[in-house]
Design a binder for this molecule. Structure first.
Ligand SMILES: Nc1ncnc2c1ncn2[C@@H]1O[C@H](COP(=O)(O)OP(=O)(O)OP(=O)(O)O)[C@@H](O)[C@H]1O
Length: 262
């Protein structure tokens, strides 16, 4: 990737699904630029196209209009070159494999040697604070730990870009808070670029450098908010006027984008 080039650049991006009930306008005319090292959250009500946008970036769906590049490449080439890691809503770990072997699975499929797989899996498990749990099975871990293991797996090829689809949505608030702090630390340490889907305003404001507010029918961007919280923040920042001001603007955006038939 050339210096200064955006990690993601979408212009006039649209995706219409043709269904038996007629067209569904999942994304309409989306313009979005994500620079290297940014933490960008996509927030909006159900059906506004957050997952679809993430899936287009990951080449799991193809846009019907507009253009998108990922690290300067078309999404298919970026996918083939393993330019991103993807974390799904559910951890999706294989129950019969140990945590370490789950994390090493993409490396095994890629054909790396056992020694290399173990080294990388252990390093990534350490990054998500799961050192000591290598030989456990997924069912021996809490939901939050399982999701951390799936983040470690997404880091397999040390991608510069992490795509995260509501990774903490199913967890209780206390666990989510803890994982938010850990993810912030991981992001600060690794300087990854992150695109993160969430329904939670506090989560978006706490984690992000940029918040993209989306609205449904058609799925579109209605506001992009820069967020400039101090790098060494803790969860206590959520009580501060600066935090509440950004949260208020996100809430206003969500309110404005909500149609009356919802
Ligand atoms: N494969 C598909 N075929 C038809 N319609 C689809 C398909 N995938 C998504 N949609 C529709 O596209 C719209 C956007 O869906 P998407 O899952 O991106 O929204 P979302 O904002 O991620 O929602 P949620 O917060 O509930 O996950 C929705 O109306 C959804 O029903």
């Amino acid at each position: 990737m050339a210096a200064g080039q955006p990690v993601i650049e979408a212009k006039g991006l649209s995706l219409t699904f043709q269904t038996a009930d007629g067209p569904v306008y999942a994304l309409s005319n989306v313009d979005l630029t994500v620079a290297e090292g940014e933490f960008v959250s996509l927030i909006g009500p159900s059906g506004c196209g957050k997952t679809t946008l993430l899936r287009v970036i990951a080449d799991l769906e193809q846009a019907t209009a507009g253009s998108i590049t990922v690290n300067g490449l078309d999404p298919e080439t970026a996918r083939m070159k393993r330019q991103y890691g993807y974390v799904f809503q559910a951890p999706a770990l294989l129950p019969w494999r140990t945590v370490e072997k789950n994390v090493a699975l993409p490396l095994e499929i890629f054909g790396l040697s056992k020694a290399e797989r173990v080294t990388r899996a252990r390093r990534n498990l350490e990054l998500v604070n799961l050192k000591g749990f290598e030989k456990k099975f997924p069912w021996q871990l809490s939901g939050g730990m399982q999701q951390r293991a799936s983040i470690a797996r997404a880091l397999s090829f040390d991608p510069k870009l992490l795509l995260m689809d509501e990774p903490f949505g199913a967890l209780d608030e206390i666990v989510r808070d803890k994982l938010n702090e850990q993810l912030l630390k991981l992001w600060a340490e690794t300087r990854k670029t992150v695109v993160f889907v969430t329904h939670s305003i506090p989560e978006a404001v706490f984690l992000s450098t940029k918040i993209v507010v989306m609205s449904p029918r058609p799925g579109r961007i209605i506001d992009i908010i820069d967020c400039d919280m101090p790098a060494d923040r803790t969860l206590d920042i959520r009580e501060t006027p600066e935090f509440l001001k950004v949260a208020h603007r996100v809430r206003e955006g969500l309110r404005a984008g909500h149609s009356y038939d919802d």
